[in-house]
Design a protein around this ligand. Structure first.
Ligand code: ADP
Ligand code: MG
Length: 243
């Protein structure tokens, strides 16, 4: 349902993504792992056009677009099919938890306010924050803020949610609650592409784990295979350090 062909991204003379091919099935949970500086964030950001790719072909929903020459309209269309969860939450500080979730529905999708608020309340319940609707982000713990961030992504009702190290900024005490919200989403078969260092999560939740190194996909497979019988020495070396 999502197909990426030959995605290339350079920063100056450095080729950060070296021709990535990727297919994601509907309902698939994919975890991306790999050393830092390898292009994992850039991959996710290119899929949402937070970075402008230098080459690539993207198919998502009914869109089929040359990523290098995508028009503003095509970019907006791709963004309607994708939602992003950031490492640092990136909430609107001057909006309540509820408003963070309704914002896109009202402003971008032109929903009536009442309908948007209704959905947001249901989502807050699903992420365990029904009592925090009117709270400001600054008054919430990191774990609660990230659950609002996930709620906001859920509200987009996107084909795929892209998570870029969603628990890496959190104090250890909040990591579990964020991972359980993600696990619940995975159980509902929300299509997800997750960059994370949480190997337990990858092992338990992913349908497929992708190991990236140096701007390329080195190998991929079901977690049991990739973790227990990695084929490439780079994968083995990485796993030795993190497991
Ligand atoms: P990862 O998420 O795997 O740690 P990134 O995608 O963040 O890796 O970065 C890949 C490489 O691209 C790194 O060498 C990083 O320094 C570089 N890079 C990322 N963003 C930019 C940018 N906006 N400008 C220049 N270089 C960048
Ligand atoms: Mg990163």
């Amino acid at each position: 349902m999502i197909k990426v062909r030959n995605l290339v991204k350079q920063f100056g003379n450095t080729r950060v993504l070296d021709g990535i091919d990727l297919e994601i099935q509907k309902g698939e949970i994919i975890v991306v792992i790999g050393p830092s500086g390898t292009g994992k964030s850039t991959l996710l950001r290119c899929l949402n056009f937070l970075e402008q790719p230098d080459a690539g072909q993207l198919q998502i929903g009914d869109i089929d677009v040359d990523m290098n020459t995508a028009t503003r309209q095509q970019i907006l269309a791709v963004r309607r099919h994708t939602a992003f969860v950031f490492q640092n939450y990136a909430l609107f500080a001057n909006k309540t938890a509820l408003e963070n979730i309704t914002e896109r529905l009202i402003v971008v999708d032109r929903w009536p306010e009442e309908k948007a608020r209704e959905l947001a309340h249901r989502i807050l319940e699903r992420v365990g924050l029904s009592d925090k609707a009117d709270a400001w982000p600054a008054s919430l713990s990191g774990g609660q803020q990230q659950r609002v961030g996930i709620g906001r992504a859920m509200a987009a009702q996107a084909e795929v949610i892209l998570f870029d190290e969603p628990t890496s900024s959190l104090d250890p005490e909040w990591v579990g609650e964020v991972l359980s919200v993600m696990k619940a989403l995975a159980e509902e078969r929300q299509t997800m592409l997750v960059v994370t260092h949480e190997m337990r999560f990858a092992h338990d939740v992913a349908d497929r784990v992708i190991f990236m190194d140096g701007g390329s996909i080195v190998e991929q497979g079901p977690p049991s295979q990739l973790f227990q019988e990695p084929r490439d020495p780079r994968t083995r070396n990485f796993l030795r350090k993190v497991l």
